[in-house]
Design a protein around this ligand. Structure first.
Ligand code: PHE
Length: 369
């Protein structure tokens, strides 16, 4: 049984939940604002059918917390937030359009308290629509059209995988390395292309078997049926679909040496990072590995036009992971704990009076004196 909405909010350590019920579509809109220590809460807008609104709220809360971690890991002047448009049933395109317009008005009425972008279930075209309703959408290409963060996220994951193989296999050279990509949508699909280009042996899995087959053919790889993902031997398992695929049931079956992927909230519980460690599997913390999209949006919001500069900064995620793995090894702890300690230092430093003037604080700052 899910917890009730009041129980969920009582147990949450975030700032605020903005909620609206959309009568026309019977959808619940949840905007979870988790932390604004480093700047305005920002995060993607997810649209999905949930069994009950409570599940949608819980997802929004967990994802918003993940965004606090992600922004702190890259320290680019935003805080953690996430929006979930929790549908009770799939919508036809007209109803969906109406819902997005009303959501855009809600964003506008929040006056910049939350900034958003694309996420699971939403598209660049949806974001372009929202941009017409409010100015609180990240990833504007300068002409009012929304950019797709997918390729940037994929590039970050690619660099994250190389950092992990450098640490575990002794080389970032991916030639012949077996990488299983679970979920080949916007991010996973691009990742497969990058991996194939680097000579990796790509194993492709997707609920949509045609999509999996097409990509496997393109990459000269192999299709793995969804039910076989958790026991297929490989060097790297890259979760690029839904969250919580690393849990007490799946971890004992895994036959990989590294987990590094783009999905948000890959661990069902924090303890699962210890379980992976005990099984000798190196886990690249999701919120670092998948921060490429956030980096691209933040840099664009601050006027970066130079694609090379954006890509260079995303490649820097590899160096961040190198440091995290080294710190974890030196302190005989897990990469997740080492990474959490790093971001805690960033957050603490900031509350202790860091110089905000040097930081980028887009939108209307919430806590400015
Ligand atoms: N939804 C993506 C993510 O979780 C991209 C995104 C980043 C969207 C930042 C909005 C803000 O990283």
């Amino acid at each position: 049984m899910s917890k009730s909405i009041t129980e969920l909010i009582e147990a949450w350590d975030g700032l605020s939940i903005v909620t609206r019920y959309d009568r026309l579509t019977e959808a619940w809109l949840f905007i979870a604002l988790h932390n604004d220590t480093l700047g305005t809460p920002a995060g993607g807008t997810r649209m999905k059918v949930y069994d009950c609104p409570e599940d949608g709220l819980l997802d929004a809360m967990r994802l918003a917390e993940g965004m606090t971690h992600k922004w702190a890991a890259i320290d680019m002047g935003y805080g953690g937030g996430k929006a979930v448009l929790a549908l009770s049933r799939p919508l036809d395109s007209e109803s969906r359009h109406g819902l997005l317009l009303r959501y855009g008005q809600l964003l506008k009425s929040m006056g910049g308290w939350f900034m958003t972008g694309e996420d699971l279930g939403t598209t660049p075209a949806d974001m372009t629509l929202l941009m017409r309703e409010s100015s609180y959408v990240l990833g504007n290409d300068g002409t009012g059209k929304a950019l797709d963060p997918g390729p940037y996220t994929a590039l970050g994951v690619f660099n994250g995988i190389r950092a992990a193989t450098r640490h575990v296999l002794g080389s970032s050279e991916l030639s012949g390395v077996r990488v299983l990509v679970q979920g080949v949508g916007d991010v996973g699909g691009r990742l497969v292309e990058l991996l194939a280009g680097a000579g990796a042996r790509v194993l492709v899995s997707d609920l949509d078997s045609i999509r999996a087959q097409n990509l496997a053919k393109l990459a000269g790889g192999e299709v793995i049926p969804p039910e076989a993902v958790y026991h297929t031997p490989c060097d790297v398992y890259a979760p690029c679909a839904v969250g919580a695929t690393l849990n007490r049931n799946t971890i004992p079956n895994l036959r990989c040496r590294i987990v590094a992927g783009s999905a948000n909230n890959q661990l069902e519980a924090a303890l699962d990072a210890d379980r992976l460690h005990q099984h000798g599997i190196c886990y690249a913390p999701d919120y670092v590995t998948n921060a490429g999209g956030a980096i691209s949006f933040a840099m664009m919001a601050h006027g970066a036009k130079d694609e090379t500069a954006i890509k260079a900064r995303i490649a820097g995620l590899g160096a961040t992971l190198d440091e995290i793995f080294a710190e974890a090894a030196a302190n005989n702890t897990t990469p997740l704990k080492a990474s959490n300690a790093r971001i805690q230092r960033v957050l603490n430093h900031s509350t202790q009076g860091a110089d905000f003037s040097s930081r980028i604080r887009p939108g209307r700052a919430v806590r400015d004196a």
